[in-house]
Ligand binder design. Sequence first.
Ligand SMILES: [Zn+2]
Ligand SMILES: [Zn+2]
Length: 999
Amino acid sequence: MPRPAARQHAPAASTSAPSSSVPSLVNVLHELRRVHAWARRIGVGALAGGSSAPVMDASELEEAKAKLQTACVQFGGLDRQNVAMKLLASSPTCEGILQLVVVALRLPLPVAGQAPEAGLRLDVGVNACNILTSLLLGTELPAEREGLARRLLRAQALHASAQQLASAAAALQGSAGAPSESLRTASVQLLTSSMCLVSALSSLAAAPCPGLRPDLITALDESHLLEHAARLLQIEGPACDIASSFAGAYQAFDAASRSSGVAPPAALRVVCGPCARHAAMALGLAALRQLEGGTAGGGGTAGGSGTVCGGGAAGGSRAGSGSGAGSGSGAAGGSGAGGRQRGGERQRGGERQRGGERQRGGERRRGGGRRQAAGPPGPSAPRPITILRLLVRVGLAVAASAGLPGGASALPQASRFAIATTVLGNVVCKLPWWRAGRGAWPQVTSDVWRMAAALLRSEVLGDVEDVAMRNLLGKAVEAMLGGSTRGECGGLDAPGWVLPTETPPAVAAALAGGALPFLERLLRRGGRAPLQLEAAIAERLADVTAIAMWQQALPLLAYGEPAQAAALVTSVTKLLRSTQAQALLGGALRPETGGVGVAVALKFLVSTSQSWSSDGPSPPALRRLALVLSLALPDWLTELSRVVRQAAAMELAAGSGVRRRRGRGTGGAAPEAGADLKEGPLLAAIRVLLSTCRVVQDARQVAAATSAAAAAATTAPHDGPESSASAASSEADGGNGDGDDGDGSGDGGFIWPPPGLAEAEVVGAALGLLQRRGPDPTAGSAGGLSLVRLITCRSAVCLATAQPEGVRALGAAGLALAWRPGAVRAAAGALRGESGHQEVAASMEALAARLEAWAGEDEGTDEGEGEGKAEGKGADEGEGEAEGVGEGKGGVEDGGAMQGAGGGPAAWSSGEGGNALLCSAAPLLVSPDEARRRLGLPPACANPACANLEGDGEAGLRLQRCARCGSAAYCCRECQRAHWRAGHKAECGGGSGGEGAGG
Ligand SMILES: [Zn+2]
Ligand SMILES: [Zn+2]
């Protein structure tokens, strides 16, 4: 259940890597023992005694500042935050730091030509503020941290900070000429520290201390701190580090106020009122001004954006009055908490503001002018859609700026990154995905996809190394993917898929925004360059704990442009081809060995096991999806099988690997992913692989049997369907192969199973792994491990019935993936322990006996004879064995029921959800080449092992024909060379067009 909200935590105080010579925290804290005295003396000097009589002189202030700075640096990092909090909790030093912060937030701003002490006092205060932020951001001692936060709020610290920022804004705007540098520095520092403080308080209120929430909301609502901060931001211009601290605070508060469900009205006033407009202004306009090459004044830009900020002007009027610091809650009380939102009209003591015009004592504010352009939103809060449109514009502008080759308005990469992450984070928070299909929203949703596609390129953002940022970007895409289909097509949190004839609007919007090419590009680039941004995002999307994401992409395949859908699944195929077995070994899929392809394939396959409903018997969307699956299934399952068998062989050879792995990767799993984590990627892959194989197999047999029966009722039966219905699947190959047909034919030339599938070996691997792992004490019968076992056993019974000679050969060969009687018995025993699977357990016991008997016979005979028997006597003996298994303990009934019409596929899919989509799609499958042709994707590279991920899309690959035969075409020289060695040399006669790769 993915939530769109990217819960970004507050940026830590401006402390980075701790220095190499680390004095112990105890010493650092000891140096702060006089902090109480500092607070008192600074307070006396600056507040009570007037600015002329500093009680702390410059050298003392320098010393205090240095000690606090050291402490700031030393508190970097979570561990140290926690240790510091433990050492400080309930000590006088802690109280002293708090006092210092409270005092610092009331200090007057430095004035030009003033003694340096004023600036130093602020520096001391800012450092204290950062220390306090660090303490609040720890993870331990929540009660102590809450106490600290409460005392801070009770001291009206946020009110004081709001006043300080307001007077900073007033001073900056009021100063004739360029404001003094010390004033600018001070205002930036104050803004940054206060926003970090708000972030820290918000994250504290979000998780461990919800009791803090009401007080925090009240404080922000009353003080209008965010509003004043945003206003200062607009004056300061596009300084990204300030913008991000503001955005961090805004988001953290937003998340905290919604963390209990519905945000209270006061919180909405903070978030959706003028402050929201300010956020948009701060995040958007500054960037837009710069990006669109606007003038410094930016009047036109602001007007053109359609978002006009009246709230800022209102907040500013407090500051403009010059009363500044001291009047505590004046800003709040005076303007009235709700007053600004009401009807765009505000009255206060004869001061009147309406529309674009505002007068106050004859004073007309310069800066206000650019916010007063009359616009549709007027002074009321902008609609969320307006903010989003603005953000999208910003994002697109940022992306465009990267394309300018050294152009004058090109932003530096760091700025692009800062703006882009903020924009994306906010877009995901703001876009009401549940409405993505209604009203004016589809357009915006498309634009958001378009913007994300434009932004999320390494050309724009560079290589993102910061893990938190990678996660943020990945989450944004996750939310978009998840949001596009939720409520429209069903999905994970719904009982099943819905496949209406018309494309659901939210899906259409995502598709119009280029969702499919975007995803394909992410995957291709991620596969090509595993260290780049796209790989990081793809990796995040492939996270096993985020299982929902690619499943939500299934409707995109069903309703998308067919060629784009085909290209996407083909790119996944190529990722799978280069996947190494190691990807599956470990607690999580490993991206550096190609785990992304596995993850995406598995998630798509799992999503086809959900039930579905529609308004027609075989709706167009299902037919299109079947074409896409025709292209995907043979290759995906073949490659998955290869990776699984390799990984299983390594795992089985490695011995005690399983136990070692179990400890890993179990923390922090989403509830729905718990089962997968318990299984581990290898068993999860086996489960999905086997169940997909069986569903396709059974559904196609049922369909063939049904059509054969229908045909028999009218005319003489054809040869193809008959054989595939009655006999082993290996025979079905011959029967179905080369079915050269048009659209109408039943099986469309689809060959099942694909030649490299080796299902029996996968079953053998699973049996071995399950035996080793033993019963899972933590999981009930619904646990992931039980599901793997059940599916493995059912597959085993079916295979032993359908192709006993193959199973026997596998058992005799002494392979790592052989079916060992002991493993079969162990699985049977485990099934016996669970209710509801007694029949399968009995069949497995019979199978174990059978395997033992075979082993005995094979020992007695020559090995060559054993092989000959398996090959030669094929069908005849096969039937006999199948009956033998059945007679044992009712296995045939079980196996028969699964293959029989009606009961079979439902029996399979019931484990994973009703009338599976795949079950209905299976009879519609056609050959991959045919699917490719019908989907409109150009013919593939003739090298069957082609894993060329060059370019951003499969459709972009240009093929070159083999110069000799002219029939085979390749995407690159490597492919041609590889295929030549792999057999084209023999086929390439130089002109015999008939034999070429059918194109
Ligand atoms: Zn190729
Ligand atoms: Zn050739």
